[in-house]
Write a protein that binds this ligand. Structure first.
Ligand code: M6R
Length: 620
């Protein structure tokens, strides 16, 4: 996930920006840059790779990096950025800061400008000359083209033209003592010093200099001068904002105040979904997966069958893909764990679309399975979170999730992003095949665009609610997870999460399979977690719940808000907001992540680093 830092004060900005960027390294990045204003000039330096390379570029001795104008005196105002590529490949030209054609306005941007293609076309027709492939660059050009003599006012006007989820900080040679930040969904925080001001995407970036913090709310604009900060709402009204003193140590700050990375990442899931779906669902009522750099929709023409290959959590995303694609696109779907697929003799070839799902893009078995399919003539696409990863080099097209770097070993935000993306793939296939009407696709797309908001609603107070459930079940030594239909992948994923981070034995079954074996495991000590959200087979799930309760087991059900049919049959319920039945499982996994998390914490285990597990499994 990209990182932003801005500084205006009286000390040399370069050092402060660089050290701020180092504090944001934990977020993951592939390139970095900074711009400084001094003596009527802008110096901008960008480099691919780590911050050592940026430092070398600043010193003037890095190949593959650029540095402009050398300033006579150290600048005391500037902006810096670490980039995690989403739109546009990893390259120096795509690294931030971005600037307008006259090189007077520089910006650093996080998130996604959904309507950047239309804006870019318009700006080009007006004479702007673009130097990157990014969506972010349009902001610099828009500001430059609307600028008269007031950067803050210009940013306010430009904001009304932008669709998407983003945060940015801008500066211009014409007002060399001002930084202006703005945010929509993506975070921005302000740091207050005596005669200096900081702005960043996260507190660690300036914690070494000040602990006095102001939060910038959604839709607000912030104007920073040395030691002066004004926060305005979208209408230009000045907002009073409390200055909070944070007592976080550096590690807590990196975790955004959360006790672990896993908990932080669970709370980043609305963003992960928003970034993954936003521009792909922004044009009209449909889904557009095309990306000139990595995905040609022609790959989806004439597909006869879809095959998902993946491991672990990513495999569960593939299972969800089966329900969605069969239901919406009417195509046969096969899903296999990659380690099995690659050593079977899979019947695969032209006409098949093989999708390797892997958050890291480096999982040896998934790569192996993709290679087998490709050798046999199938079209192979990678669905991954990491630009430039091996999977992206061994396929015919790439669909990126945009969850940002995931540090916790247990996948959480990358999983919901994978689910969101397989839903989009299913909808696109449905549109191409005409298996759903345009109106129905429009309804499903609208429901998908609601998901980030529903995730936020769901997370509000959820942790405490789940912990109250963990209190009565955390000592159990076996949990059974059940679900039916699209609830099955979620039951499997919930069980995997608990196993991974709590070392509690779990089993997960399609609930209809229970009486064919696993029911023998149940007694009054067994918590059973049932995914019982809306579905065509909810009544059958309730029957299965009754069966397990008849054996004395205690049932925790994930239900849909407003449904009152499940509660009378179970000990405890957690309701997720109602949406399209196929999409509710994406919400249902969140309480299950938290249940695993709270049980791990009660067992005094570190969920970020579970024993025996690695984040990336590059060996088979
Ligand atoms: O990087 P990948 O998505 O290919 O990784 C696949 C699995 O190793 C991964 O999902 C694993 O199961 C996680 N620890 C799940 O939390």
């Amino acid at each position: 996930m990209c990182g932003i830092i801005g500084y205006v004060g009286s000390r040399p900005a370069e050092e402060i920006l660089l050290s701020g960027l180092r504090k944001l390294e934990y977020r993951g990045y592939d390139s970095a840059g900074l711009s400084l204003i001094g003596d009527g000039e802008i110096r901008s330096v960008r480099a691919v790779g780590n911050l050592d390379r940026l430092e070398a570029a600043l010193a003037g001795d890095a190949a593959g990096a650029t540095a402009t104008a050398t300033l006579a005196r150290p600048a005391t105002i500037g902006i810096g950025h670490t980039r995690w590529a989403t739109h546009g490949r990893v390259s120096e030209a795509n690294a931030h800061p971005h600037y307008d054609s006259a090189n007077r306005v520089h910006v650093v941007v996080n998130g996604i400008v959904e309507n950047y293609m239309a804006l870019r076309e318009r700006l080009v027709s007006e004479g702007a000359s673009f130097s990157s492939e990014t969506d972010a660059e349009v902001i610099a050009h828009l500001i430059a083209s609307a600028y008269r003599d007031d950067l803050a006012g210009t940013v306010a006007r430009v904001l009304t033209e932008l669709d998407g989820y983003f945060a940015f900080v801008a500066m211009t040679l014409d007002e060399p003592d001002v930084l202006v930040g703005a945010r929509r969904e993506c975070p921005l925080v302000v740091g207050r010093g005596a005669d200096e001001s900081f702005i960043a995407s996260a507190v660690p970036a300036f914690l070494a200099h000040t602990r006095s913090v102001q939060l910038v709310e959604n839709g607000e604009i912030v104007v920073l001068r040395a030691g002066e900060v004004e926060i305005r709402d979208g209408a230009g009204e000045t907002m009073l904002r409390e200055i909070v003193e944070v007592d976080w140590d550096e590690e807590t700050a990196e975790k955004g105040g959360y006790e672990t990375f896993m908990l932080k990442e669970i709370h980043e899931q609305a963003d992960a979904v928003a970034e993954t779906i936003s521009d792909r669902t922004a044009r009209g009522d449909g889904v557009d997966l095309a990306d000139p750099l990595c995905f040609d929709e022609a790959l989806l023409d004439g597909v006869q069958r879809v095959v998902f290959v993946a491991c672990g959590t990513a495999y569960h995303a593939g299972l969800m893909g089966r329900y969605a694609i069969e239901d919406w696109a009417g195509l046969p779907v096969e899903v296999d764990v990659a380690s099995e697929y690659r050593y079977r003799n899979p019947i695969v070839g032209p006409g098949d679309l093989v999708v390797g799902i892997s958050q890291s893009g480096e999982t040896a078995d998934t790569l192996g399975a993709m290679r087998v399919a490709r050798e046999r003539g199938a079209r192979v696409i990678a669905l991954t979170n990491v630009m430039g990863s091996q999977a992206t080099r061994e396929c015919d097209g790439v669909l990126y999730t945009r969850a940002g770097l995931e540090i916790g070993v247990a996948a959480t935000k990358t999983f919901v992003a994978q689910l969101a993306l397989v839903y989009l793939l299913a909808l696109r296939l449905a549109a191409l095949r005409g298996s759903l009407s345009a109106a129905r696709i429009g309804e499903l797309v609208a429901a998908m665009r609601q998901l980030p908001q529903l995730i936020d609603e769901l997370l509000d107070g959820l942790d405490a609610r789940v912990d109250a459930i963990a209190e009565w079940c955390w000592q159990a030594d076996f949990f059974l997870y059940i679900g039916r239909h699209a609830g099955v992948p979620i039951a499997l994923e919930g069980a995997l999460k608990l196993k991974e981070i709590s070392y509690v034995s779990t089993d997960a079954y399609a609930a209809g399979e229970m009486k064919h074996g696993p029911i023998a495991m149940l007694d009054e000590r067994t918590p059973v977690v049932a995914v019982a959200t809306s579905s065509p087979v909810l009544a059958k799930v309730i029957n299965n719940i009754d069966e397990v309760r008849a054996r004395g087991a205690k049932v925790i059900a994930i239900t849909t808000a407003g449904d009152d049919t499940v509660a009378p049959h179970v000990e405890d319920t957690i309701a997720v907001p109602a949406t399209e039945p196929m999409l509710e499982p994406l919400l249902a996994v969140i309480p299950l992540q938290l249940l695993a998390y709270r049980i791990a914490m009660r067992r005094a285990l570190n969920p970020d680093q579970p024993r025996n597990l690695a984040k990336t499994v590059t060996v088979e």
